[in-house]
Design a protein around this ligand. Structure first.
Ligand SMILES: [Zn+2]
Ligand SMILES: [Zn+2]
Length: 304
């Protein structure tokens, strides 16, 4: 696989995954969406106060979400506007559910209590299981054959150079301590791309560098932060390997790729496609309820 993505060039346009990461690979954007889904916050003032975010940063993120048709502006309430999720925005639920499940399982000693997710159809608290949309069996990254499509170069998923942002949070307030490990992977677009390369089998520092066209300083910083949260481990001969915790993040990646293809993709220019080895079918990710085994639908879930 690395040979297929080893084409650092001059990306004119990001591919579908690049567009999704440009939008969602931002800690504030993820936190805004999380509060809109988990806490049903809709108003500018509610979001600002709960996240401890400045007016200008919040405005810039909301504007970007509106421009990308994830949110729409609703009614003005007092001094502040209220926001609604569009169909494209509502569809982010599967990414957030995957994030929630991973944080719950792999991130101990969380500073806040994660809400409990209840499957209303069976009435039980659920931990969603990633499954195959075809044969319906549970699926892990190791059960899939991955093919990169015409626009599946990882360098096209990376942020344009001139838009590179600092990996430091804008303000060190409490809110950024939520979903800390997820943000270490996804809250920065370069980390996300480095992580994706590791998932696709890249092991050596020089291969990461060549495939992603990334500077050594930036690359070692991102590898170090993935090591710090225990998603990546350095082995003998300087090779990097995903840990069990890192591999368990695959459902988030799968949901992100699926969302990106669905809403930003060009059917003739797929980025990545998966085949489920046990059943042989093209793999589309599904989420099933742990206690009852039924497929999870957005309308049947309740955060409590
Ligand atoms: Zn299958
Ligand atoms: Zn259920």
């Amino acid at each position: 696989v690395p040979a297929v993505i080893a084409r650092p060039g001059s990306p004119a346009q990001p591919n579908a995954i690049g567009r999704a990461l440009q939008l969602l690979g931002d800690r504030w954007t993820l936190l805004i969406l999380r509060n809109m889904f988990f806490s049903r916050q809709r108003q500018f003032g509610e979001l600002r106060d709960s996240l401890g975010i400045s007016d200008s940063v919040l405005t810039s993120r909301l504007d970007a979400l509106v421009a990308d048709d994830v949110l729409e502006r609703g009614e003005r309430v007092g001094r502040h506007v209220d926001y609604r999720l569009t169909q494209r925005g509502l569809d982010v639920w599967r990414i957030l559910v995957a994030v929630w499940a991973w944080e719950r399982r792999w991130v101990p000693a969380r500073p806040d209590d994660l809400p409990v997710l209840v499957h209303e159809q069976c009435g039980k608290p659920t931990e969603p299981i990633l499954s195959c949309g075809g044969c319906e069996t549970p699926t892990g990254a190791r059960d899939l054959d991955t093919t990169l499509g015409p626009s599946g170069r990882l360098d096209l998923a990376a942020p344009p150079r001139h838009r590179r942002r600092s990996s430091r949070p804008e303000r060190g307030v409490g809110a950024t301590a939520l979903f800390p490990d997820t943000l270490a992977i996804m809250g920065d677009r370069w980390s996300a791309v480095v992580f994706a390369a590791a998932l696709l089998g890249t092991r050596r520092f020089s291969d990461f560098q060549r495939e992603l066209g990334v500077s050594p300083t930036l690359l070692s910083g991102r590898l170090r932060s993935l090591e710090t949260i225990g998603a990546l481990a350095r082995e003998g001969r300087g090779e990097y390997r995903l840990t069990d915790k890192g591999l368990a993040f695959f459902p988030v990646v799968a949901m992100l790729v699926d969302w990106a293809e669905r809403w930003f993709g060009d059917p003739a220019q797929v980025t990545i496609s998966f085949r489920h080895r046990p059943c042989g079918a093209v793999w589309r990710p599904g989420l099933r309820c742990d206690p009852c085994g039924e497929p999870l639908e957005r309308g049947e879930l309740r955060w409590t």
